[in-house]
Design a protein around this ligand. Structure first.
Ligand code: ZN
Length: 248
C-alpha cells in the first residue's frame, strides 16, 4: 500500500519551526514520519522537540548533536557556539530525554529505505557530503533505492550514475517535486527544520509519496522572532539566534 512519509531532521530544539512543519505535513496527507536526527542542539526547546518527535512514533537516527549531548565526549571538534549549546542542552533535559537520545541508532532500515544522519560511510565520523565526489563514496555503502539524511542542513538529491554521484538542486524542481525513477538509487538530504543553511531561513522537510514515487521539497516560513527570543532568554550564544533569520 502506498504510504506518504514526512521526512524531517535537524530540528535542533526549534519548536516554533517544528510545529509549522507538522501542521503542513498533515495538510500534505502525511501518514508516516521519519526523522534523520539532530533533534537537539543550538536552540532552546530540546525537551519539547524530543516529546513531539516521540509522539510521532517516527523511526529516528542519532545526529552528532544528539550524540554529544547524550555522551560526555570531548567537544574539541565543535564550533565554540555549538559546543556551548551542547553543554547548555545537557543541563536542560531530563534523565528520560537523555536515555532516549542514548538509544538512537546511527543508521536503520525503514520500509525498504535507509536512514542515516551524515553518511553510511562511517556514520559516527559525521562526514559532511557537500559534493558529488563525497556522495560517490557514500553510494558504495547504500544498498536500498532510497537513503535519507541531513547534517549539512542543505537540501539536495544525489543520484547514483555509472559515472559516480550526480546532484539535483531542489531550487530547480518544478513545484519542489522530484520524481524517483525505478531501478535508480538516491541519497536524499531533507534539509533542516530548525536551522536551514542554504540562505533560505524557512524550515525545510520532504514528503515522499511511495505510490506516486515523488519527493516533495517543502519550505515553510515560521515565527523566527519567537524562536530567537527563546534562544536569547535561555542565554544561548548570540550566534544561535542570529543565524536563524539568515538561514546560515
Ligand atoms: Zn544538524
Amino acid at each position: 500500500m502506498a504510504r506518504i512519509y514526512g521526512i524531517l531532521g535537524d530540528i535542533h530544539a526549534n519548536i516554533d519551526a517544528l510545529q509549522v512543519v507538522l501542521d503542513d505535513a498533515r495538510e500534505q496527507g502525511v501518514t508516516d514520519w521519519i526523522c534523520t536526527g539532530d533533534v537537539v542542539g543550538y536552540n532552546a526547546c530540546p525537551s519539547d522537540c524530543i516529546r513531539v518527535v516521540r509522539e510521532l512514533n517516527a523511526p529516528v537516527v542519532c545526529g552528532n548533536h544528539d550524540y554529544y549531548v547524550a555522551y560526555e565526549q570531548n567537544l574539541a571538534d565543535f564550533h565554540p557556539a555549538a559546543a556551548q549549546a551542547v553543554l547548555w542542552t545537557r543541563e536542560h533535559i531530563s534523565a528520560d530525554d537523555l536515555e532516549w537520545l542514548r538509544a538512537l541508532p546511527m543508521s536503520r532500515p525503514v520500509m525498504g529505505m535507509t536512514l542515516v544522519h551524515a553518511t553510511l560511510d562511517m556514520p559516527d565520523h559525521w562526514g559532511y557530503i557537500f559534493d558529488d565526489l563525497q556522495a560517490t563514496s557514500h553510494f558504495v555503502y547504500q544498498k536500498t533505492p532510497l537513503c535519507f539524511h541531513g547534517h549539512t542542513h542543505v537540501p539536495v538529491v544525489y543520484e547514483k550514475t555509472a559515472f559516480g554521484a550526480m546532484h539535483h538542486d531542489p531550487h530547480t524542481f518544478e513545484d519542489g517535486v522530484f520524481k524517483v525513477q525505478l531501478g535508480k538509487q538516491y541519497f536524499v538530504n531533507v534539509g533542516s527544520v530548525g536551522q536551514p543553511r542554504d540562505g533560505d531561513p524557512r524550515a525545510s522537510y520532504v514528503v515522499f509519496d511511495s505510490g506516486a514515487r515523488t519527493l516533495r521539497f517543502r519550505r515553510l516560513a515560521y515565527d523566527v522572532a519567537a524562536a530567537q527570543a527563546k534562544d536569547r532568554e535561555a542565554g544561548l550564544p548570540a550566534r544561535c539566534a542570529d543565524r536563524l533569520e539568515k538561514g546560515t
